[in-house]
Write a protein that binds this ligand. Structure first.
Ligand SMILES: O=C[C@H](O)COP(=O)(O)O
Length: 256
């Protein structure tokens, strides 16, 4: 099955100034982007609506997080219903920075995933192991347990397996994030194939076949080409390099 290549830019808590944000938008708006690629950028919450209004319409916008309730006394949170109302189509959930710095558990990530899907949002669901877990030979076990929490919740949710086309799984080994230490093509392919095989057993072979599994962790203009040729790598979630003009090269990595 052909899976549409997907490139996401996670700006994290950047840029600091609106001037830098405008420069970034100009680079993307002026660029020649491969029309076959789905491109999504994810700014801080403050910039979601202004970015959606100023960026070209073939680039979609993602929030970097959301809560699982619709509204109420939850200071600092944004709800799936609010994102839908603001016409923001995607949300990143389970990023390792949320899991580690903000102590989000896999169960909370699953609850947020289910709530966001119920409102019609698409999800970039992040999973991945720490260096310690990789060195202990636990990469597969960790990724599967993070994913299983979502699979279990979706089994009970309205819509069930029909939700999977709205989920892109981002495999992001924590040791590769922001470190300049990218996974080797062999490590990336192995982890992606393992995730796909888990999906096949835990959900169905059709879902395993059609779900996009993208790689994140120190992707840049220099290493994207080789990673983009791997059979189970369906795109990238880019952090640091998404703030630079080389993001265009990463979007176009299949065409280079
Ligand atoms: O969400 C993106 C990842 O955390 C990757 O970040 P990075 O490209 O800066 O390593």
């Amino acid at each position: 099955m052909t899976r549409q290549f997907f490139v996401g830019g996670n700006f994290k808590m950047n840029p600091i100034t609106r001037k830098d944000k405008l420069a970034l938008v100009k680079v993307l708006n002026d660029a020649e982007l491969d029309p076959a690629v789905e491109v999504v950028v994810s700014p801080p919450a403050l910039y979601l609506i202004p970015l959606a209004e100023s960026i070209r319409k073939d680039i979609k916008i993602a929030a970097q997080n959301c809560y699982f309730k619709d509204s109420g006394a939850f200071t600092g949170e944004i709800s799936p219903a609010q994102l839908v109302d603001a016409q923001i189509p995607y949300v990143i959930l389970g990023h390792s920075e949320r899991r580690t710095l903000f102590h989000e558990t896999s169960e909370e990530v699953a609850q947020k995933t289910s709530a966001a899907l119920a409102k019609g949002l698409s999800i970039i669901l992040c999973i991945g192991e720490t260096l310690h877990e990789r060195e202990a030979g636990e990469t597969g076990k960790v990724c599967q347990s993070q994913l299983k929490a979502v699979v279990d919740v979706l089994k009970k949710a309205i819509g069930g397996d029909s939700s999977y086309p709205k989920i892109v799984i981002a495999y992001e080994p924590v040791w590769a994030i922001g470190t300049g230490k990218v996974a080797t093509p062999q490590q990336a392919q192995e982890a992606h194939a393992d995730i796909r095989s888990f999906l096949s057993k835990a959900v169905s072979s059709a879902v395993a076949d059609s779900t996009r599994i993208i790689y994140g962790g120190s992707v840049n203009g220099g290493n994207c080409k080789e990673l983009s040729t791997l059979p189970d790598v369906d795109g990238f979630l880019v952090g640091g390099a998404s703030l630079k003009p080389e993001f265009v090269q990463i979007v176009n990595s299949k065409k280079q």
